[in-house]
Design a protein around this ligand. Structure first.
Ligand SMILES: [Zn+2]
Ligand SMILES: [Zn+2]
Length: 187
């Protein structure tokens, strides 16, 4: 069976060199849906607690929220960084609280202190799905990712990994020693 949870992400981007209005900087509300697959866990009667999916995924995904997402060769990138520098906000401010840990993969790098994500390719709905899968595939048994941006959307399905042994008391994955990091249960 599958559990799923959704996230809302406000972001700005543009399609560099694209012939159309999308080559201008603009913003969207994106909705990301993550589906996680496993067996129903006896005891808690859940595939995976949705609030735990949310916690694990949001740690990474919050870096895309209220962020500017630009391709690594976009000349807007150095221009914007220099304005942020002049304003003294490039390295962060006390009001920039919603920050996940920085990340860097083949496809994207997050600079949470300045709310910028730099991508290797143009950030489309398809691109977002690839980036998110790359970031979360080792943390969750992902079966499907859907991303919509306004009325546009894209979806990809995956073959989930092997079943994970989970805590019978709270449903989260047990660590390599059979211990639950949340409630302390031991196998
Ligand atoms: Zn757009
Ligand atoms: Zn537990």
């Amino acid at each position: 069976m599958r559990s799923f949870t959704t996230f809302e992400i406000q972001y700005a981007h543009r399609f560099l060199g694209f012939q159309g209005e999308a080559q201008y900087l603009h913003g969207h509300t994106g909705v990301l849906t993550l589906e996680v697959e496993d067996t129903i866990n006896t005891g808690v009667n859940m595939v995976y607690p949705c609030n735990e999916i949310k916690k694990i995924a949001w740690e990474v995904i919050q870096n895309f929220d209220h962020a500017l997402i630009l391709r690594d060769d976009d000349p807007l990138l150095p221009a914007i960084l220099s304005v942020y520098e002049e304003q003294g906000i490039r390295g962060g401010t006390t009001t920039n609280k919603q920050r996940g840990p920085a990340f860097k993969t083949e496809l994207a790098a997050a600079y949470p202190e300045s709310r910028i994500v730099v991508t290797r390719e143009t950030m489309t709905v398809e691109g977002m799905i690839r980036i998110v899968y790359e970031l979360l595939k080792d943390k969750l048994n992902i079966a499907k990712i859907t991303f919509t941006s306004g009325v546009n959307g894209s979806v990809e399905e995956y073959i989930p990994g092997a079943e994970k042994e989970r805590c019978p008391l709270c449903g989260i994955e047990l660590d390599e020693n059979g211990v639950c990091s949340k409630c302390g249960y031991r196998k």
